[in-house]
Design a protein around this ligand. Structure first.
Ligand SMILES: NC(=O)c1ccc[n+]([C@@H]2O[C@H](COP(=O)([O-])OP(=O)(O)OC[C@H]3O[C@@H](n4cnc5c(N)ncnc54)[C@H](O)[C@@H]3O)[C@@H](O)[C@H]2O)c1
Length: 343
């Protein structure tokens, strides 16, 4: 099957950052697809992310929790999805440290279990578990080593530990019941509609408020950045053509440290380095992530299409031109990353 036309895709967590970009992408590419977005609308879920497509007759929104067994079974029975892409997760590392791990276990582990049970009992063609490179732990700054799909799990935070648990369950369901699961592990995303607790939109918001940019530790922690639409195209390929039981790493070979990202944002807003502020480091802060994505490139023919510089510029422009989107979020949540103690 090389098309999603005529298929129903259940997108769990589709009101968040990556899920909403994914829904928009597949609706634009497949005129005859049906999309059911099943989302609990936690603080990071936002129906404003999908305002432009909310009246599309191919799109249905259902408010629900993947960790609610009855609600999950009901969605499977009612919509009989052919494909499932699971984005639903508690995603903020700092919350998993400062607020607590319980909700992370509920959604990222129990929720995945209920979805897998649904897939096992119904005739779903493929279940895509959208995971993260953070399950692999940290790399040395000085090394050239990158994560491959065979790198052993070594998660450092409750967030990454629960994502690793979800991945392990998926793997076990494939081995035990041949449940058609594909796992993807992607590096740090950036782009439109990202909740402003995450680094790039958080820094943009601080600039707009004329506040300094706080950098954890020495600011040299490295992430391998990817534009969200490149990630979403990779996910579309994995959903259609990924081999069940396989894992695909996704990354754009764009390693940058936090200080470099902050400097790019400062220069976009015409500010100098005096607008940087170093703050106490995050506990368990992974030093470096780097992704080897040669498997998805060779097997599925994927390559990132956006350069980091162009995509970052487009992203900053998007936030500046969509202040109303940001302001609506700010009205609901007055504090972002309030555990960070700035002067
Ligand atoms: N953002 C990144 O850089 C990145 C990188 C790699 C992988 N990922 C993975 O991609 C997925 C999406 O990440 P994101 O950045 O879009 O996150 P996000 O926080 O923006 O969105 C998460 C969405 O899931 C929903 N949700 C949370 N708990 C739920 C539940 N119990 N039931 C139903 N819906 C629920 C939220 O309401 C929200 O809409 C996550 O699984 C994350 O682990 C993210």
């Amino acid at each position: 099957m090389n098309t999603l036309n005529g298929q129903t895709v259940l997108v769990c967590g589709g009101a968040g950052f990556i899920g909403s970009n994914f829904i928009r992408l597949i609706l634009s590419r497949y005129p005859k697809v049906k999309v059911v977005n099943f989302d609990k609308l936690t603080y990071s879920g936002n129906l404003d992310n999908l305002k432009d497509i909310e009246r599309d007759s191919r799109y249905t929104f259902i408010k629900g929790d993947i960790a609610d067994e009855k609600a999950v079974l009901n969605v499977f029975k009612t919509y009989k999805p052919h494909y499932i892409a699971n984005f639903a997760a508690e995603t903020h590392v700092d919350c998993s440290i400062h607020v607590g791990a319980k909700i992370f276990i509920q959604t990222n582990v129990i929720g995945v279990y209920y979805l897998l049970e649904g897939v096992r009992k119904h005739k779903v063609k493929k279940f895509l578990q959208v995971s993260t490179d953070e399950v692999y732990g940290s790399l040395e700054l000085s090394s050239k080593v990158k994560f491959t799909e065979k790198t052993l799990f070594d998660p450092s935070t409750p967030y990454s530990a629960t994502k690793a648990d979800g991945d392990l369950l998926c793997n076990a369901y494939f081995r035990t019941w041949r449940t058609p699961v594909v796992i993807t592990r992607c590096s740090n995303n950036f782009g439109p509609y990202q909740y402003p607790e995450k680094l790039i939109p958080f820094f943009v918001m601080r600039m707009m408020e004329e506040k300094k940019l706080p950098l954890y530790g020495d600011g040299k922690n490295v992430r391998d950045w990817i534009y969200v639409l490149d990630h979403c195209r990779a996910l579309e390929l994995c959903l259609l053509k990924g081999t069940p039981g396989e894992v695909y790493n996704i990354g754009a070979s764009s390693e940058k440290n936090n200080k470099e990202i902050a400097s790019e944002i400062l220069s976009y807003f015409g500010k100098d380095r005096l607008w940087l502020e170093f703050v106490a480091d995050r506990p368990g802060h992974d030093r470096r992530y780097a992704i080897n994505s040669s498997k998805i490139e060779k097997e599925l023919g994927w390559k990132p299409r956006h350069s980091f510089q162009d995509a970052l510029h487009a992203t900053l422009e998007w936030y500046v031109h969509n202040r109303a989107w940001l302001n609506n979020i700010k009205k609901k949540a007055k504090h972002f990353n309030s555990h960070i103690k700035t002067k």
